[in-house]
Design a protein around this ligand. Structure first.
Ligand SMILES: Cc1cc2nc3c(=O)[nH]c(=O)nc-3n(C[C@H](O)[C@H](O)[C@H](O)COP(=O)(O)OP(=O)(O)OC[C@H]3O[C@@H](n4cnc5c(N)ncnc54)[C@H](O)[C@@H]3O)c2cc1C
Length: 356
């Protein structure tokens, strides 16, 4: 494992905020996760686990402990009860059980699945970050989420010091949440492998909003996984900032969920709502922000993206204090106009000192 000292969290996260982490350890094999924890325990230091930093915000005070970066690589497919490399595959059944190590880039995993012609994660193309982080907030986009295909994860249990397998029913997955980021087990497991089950075939129409609009506009008729992937990549490139060039954490706020009475009330006020079968519904927080005339507005060094109002771009801000002021301005505006309190999607690395 590689140990580095005093590394700016800003350099490890796509929002590019945050002071120094005392130690950053890159792990390239499951056993190294345990070694990294031993290193931290010997020095009585706290630990934070990180992948690509695409959903993580650092504080100005930094982190006085060990950040473990998951760089464990490998993608395998199950064949005759064994996992083999993709190159070694010589049988292609209707279902594909695909396993990737936690440090793989999520989008590389999607590309492999699509190239092999299997459906299930093609709409999740181009979501930044690692495979190990994907189940944590149950990544989702354009009508798919990883909960629909995940079978199990392999993880290091930091409480019992053991390597274990967790099956899907034990993951408590929901909108942007799971056992890994909510409740008493939040932060307990370091996920080093993820296994999903995919099917040979195509996504069925009607597709999700902007994908359906794209298909109609360009008269698309080929819905193979790799063609849906191409469309998703085009749609996303138009709307969402490329983390290599523009600093952001993607959607900064979660959508708002309301029960049936809340959905009726929202509809009566003219707020667009996606209804569930039981009458409850989801309100697009980006729409609420746009209606507050904040789209494209600059706030304390951040810009509310003029293409997708849910995305907060770090244009020139250097401090968490700036983020705090920008965030509060948006929350207050939506609260005042609509009465909903927006909640933040990205997680924050605790500074473990008093925040100003
Ligand atoms: C431009 C942009 C667009 C985005 N679009 C989407 C989208 O469409 N849909 C969506 O759902 N998200 C989206 N995101 C958010 C982000 O891509 C996802 O949350 C992604 O899963 C983050 O992966 P990461 O490796 O960067 O995680 P990190 O930011 O490094 O970590 C996120 C959380 O997971 C934990 N974690 C990380 N790795 C592990 C591990 N191996 N084991 C256990 N816990 C771990 C961390 O402690 C932290 O709590 C977007 C982000 C950006 C910047």
């Amino acid at each position: 494992m590689e140990i580095r000292e005093n590394i700016p969290i800003a350099s490890l996260t796509t929002m590019r905020l945050g002071g120094d982490a005392r130690y950053v350890i890159s792990v390239k094999a499951p056993e190294e996760i345990k070694q990294a924890y031993d290193f931290a325990h010997e020095r009585d230091l706290p630990v934070w686990i990180m992948g690509g930093g695409a959903n993580t915000i650092g504080h100005d005070e930094g982190f006085p402990g060990v950040i473990i970066l998951n760089e464990i690589k490998g993608i395998f497919a199950k064949q005759d009860d064994k996992f083999v490399t993709i190159k070694a595959m010589d049988k292609f059944d209707d279902d594909l059980i695909l396993k990737g190590m936690g440090g793989e880039v999520w989008d590389d995993f999607v590309r492999v699945a699509c190239d092999l012609g299997y459906s299930g994660i093609e709409a999740l193309s181009m979501i930044p970050g690692t495979l190990g982080a994907a189940p944590v907030q149950n990544i989702g986009a354009y009508g798919q989420d990883i909960a629909q295909v995940i079978m199990s994860v392999e993880a290091y249990d930091t409480q019992t010091d053991q390597f274990i397998t967790i099956e899907k029913p034990e993951m408590n997955m929901n909108y942007r949440c799971s056992r890994f980021n909510h409740g008493e087990d939040a932060g307990r497991y370091v996920i080093f492998a993820v296994t999903v089950k995919l099917h040979k075939g195509e996504l069925q129409r009607p597709f999700y909003n902007s994908l359906e609009r794209y298909v109609e506009k360009y008269h698309e008729t080929n819905f193979s996984p790799s063609n849906i992937r191409r469309m998703i990549c085009e749609i996303r490139s138009e709307k969402l900032p490329d983390p290599k060039e523009v600093a952001s954490a993607g959607s900064f706020f979660k959508n708002v969920f309301v029960d049936q009475a809340g959905a009726d009330a929202a509809e009566a006020k003219g707020i667009p709502i996606w209804r569930n079968a039981d009458g409850s519904g989801k309100i697009n927080s980006g729409w609420l922000i746009e209606e507050c005339d904040l789209k494209g507005k600059e706030l304390f060094g951040f810009v509310v993206s003029d293409k997708a109002a849910l995305v907060l771009i770090n244009k020139s801000a250097k401090t968490y204090h700036d983020l705090d002021r920008a965030r509060q301005t948006i929350i207050n505006a939506v609260q005042k106009k609509f009465g909903y309190t927006l909640s933040q999607e990205p997680v924050e690395i605790p500074s473990l000192t008093e925040e100003k």
